[in-house]
Each structure stands twice: as structure tokens, then as C-alpha cells.
Write a protein that binds this ligand. Structure first.
Ligand SMILES: [Zn+2]
Ligand SMILES: [Zn+2]
Length: 263
């Protein structure tokens, strides 16, 4: 299948990617993309986790950079977006400032930290006992109604846990909620470019977590396949493989024209 769209793209502003907006658009044009969503890690009003995102003071520059690319490259449809961590205290910022005042085309939710016993923990420390908190927080994020899709809902695969009843319960909770809330789930190509993790079953990519997507076929959900590019050369990377995972599990691809209504 010819890949023509990617809706998950970062820039150097997040401090762990390279290239500016124009670099990604030019790479996308070279690869024949007709639509590109720029979705760098959103700044946060309190500058939390500022080591992996732009500071709040850069938001205006980020928006301007996307707006000028929209003018400069009329041959490709460019969408303005951001990847967000959900927390109740940020809800109004996402809704009123990003989607409202600045008319972002969509927001992506990416869970990289979860609240656990009153503190935030990174996913690197995830163990079996945290899985229900991960599922609960993922579901709460989906239920906020702010997000066009959930990035890597199977990111807990990063922890290299055995696929056991805890992982199955966590996956079923997320899949049930995605079905009930009609939130699209992303099969994320970035995990396919990351170093393998060792799990009891052997070495595997941190995500996409194949047993998760095998379970997904039991649910009426829709999926989207993106590269999650962190360098311009990766603008379409691994989308083809993500599409194969979708196809092999009979998963329905979301109609992106409907999903991103600005078109
Ligand atoms: Zn990132
Ligand atoms: Zn991302």
C-alpha cells in the first residue's frame, strides 16, 4: 500500500528530535506524502517535563513555523497538531488555548508518565503492579474527549514484561474503552525503530506489542498508522509495517478525512 499520510511528526524543539518543520515537509514531499500532521510534544503551562518538550515561551514560534510552512508548501496539506500528556489541570489549556485560540487541527495523546500513588512515574520503571494504573490513566485521557487518537496505547510493552493476565487485563480495559468512546488507536512505527527489549519470551520491539493488536481484533475499534518521526528521514518510516500489523489482525483503518475535520 502506498503511504501518503503521516500524522505524528516531531521537530528539534522537543530536544530529542532533529530538523525543523520545513525539513520534515520537504522529506515528506520527496516520499510522495499528500498530508502531514506536525505534532511535536506540547509545551505545558507549568513547564513540567521540560527536558523532552519545548518551553511554553516557544509555542508562538512553533505555530508560526507551521503557518509559514503551510504558505511555503501548498502542494501538501499540513496540519497543526501537538502530542499531549493528559492531566486535568491541562484540560483547559488544550481545549481553550491549543484547539480554541490557536485553532490546532487536532491533538494526539501520548502517555509517557502515569500518576501512581500521588506522584508521576516514567514508563521505564513500569512493573506488573503499575499496569492497572497505566490502563486507568490511558482511559481517563481518552475520556477527556480532547484527542483525535491515542499514540502507542501498547507503550507498556516497553517494560519488557511477560505477556500474562495482567497485560491482557490492561489491554482489554484500554480496548474496551477505545470501543466505547470511539477513540482511534495508533499503531506506532517508532517502536519498530527502537532497540529491542528483552522480555521473558525473548527479545522483541518495545511496541507495537503484537499480542495487544491480536486482542484488538475482538473489538470494534479503528486504528491509524504513523511513523512518529523524530528525524526528517523517518517521515514515513515503518508505516508500511504498521499497516501490515493492522491488515494481519483485520483492524479497520480510520478514515482520516473524517478524523481530521479541517480538510
Ligand atoms: Zn518524542
Ligand atoms: Zn510522538
Amino acid at each position: 500500500m502506498q503511504v501518503t499520510k503521516n500524522y505524528h511528526t516531531h521537530t528539534a524543539r522537543c530536544k530529542h528530535a532533529t530538523g525543523n518543520v520545513a525539513d520534515y515537509i520537504e522529506a515528506g514531499i520527496e516520499h510522495g506524502l499528500v498530508e502531514i500532521g506536525i505534532s511535536d510534544h506540547s509545551p505545558l503551562p507549568d513547564n513540567r517535563w521540560s527536558n523532552v518538550r519545548m518551553p511554553m515561551k516557544d509555542l508562538g514560534d512553533y505555530i508560526e513555523e507551521i503557518d509559514s510552512a503551510i504558505e511555503q508548501y501548498p502542494q501538501v496539506n499540513i496540519l497543526k497538531a501537538a502530542e499531549c500528556e493528559y492531566a486535568v489541570e491541562y484540560h483547559a489549556f488544550y481545549e481553550d488555548v491549543l484547539l480554541g485560540e490557536h485553532a490546532f487541527d487536532y491533538l494526539v495523546c501520548g502517555v509517557h508518565y502515569i500518576p501512581y500513588h500521588g506522584a508521576w512515574m516514567g514508563l521505564g520503571a513500569l512493573e506488573y503492579r503499575h499496569l492497572s494504573a497505566f490502563a486507568k490513566y490511558t482511559i481517563e485521557s481518552m475520556a477527556s474527549g480532547l484527542f483525535a487518537f491515542m499514540a502507542h496505547p501498547d507503550v507498556f510493552g516497553y517494560a519488557g514484561l511477560a505477556w500474562d493476565e495482567n497485560c491482557i487485563a490492561c489491554s482489554r480495559d484500554i480496548l474496551t474503552a477505545a470501543e466505547e468512546l470511539s477513540v482511534v488507536l495508533e499503531i506506532n512505527g517508532y517502536g519498530l525503530r527502537k532497540d529491542k527489549v528483552s522480555a521473558p519470551e525473548g527479545e522483541r520491539r518495545p511496541y507495537p506489542l503484537l499480542p495487544f493488536w491480536e486482542l484488538a481484533r475482538e473489538y470494534e475499534i479503528q486504528v491509524i498508522c504513523n511513523s512518529d518521526a523524530h528525524q526528517p528521514g523517518d517521515i514515513v518510516a515503518n508505516i508500511g509495517e504498521a499497516l501490515i500489523i493492522a491488515e494481519e489482525n483485520n483492524l479497520v483503518l480510520a478514515d482520516t478525512d473524517l478524523l481530521f475535520k479541517s480538510l
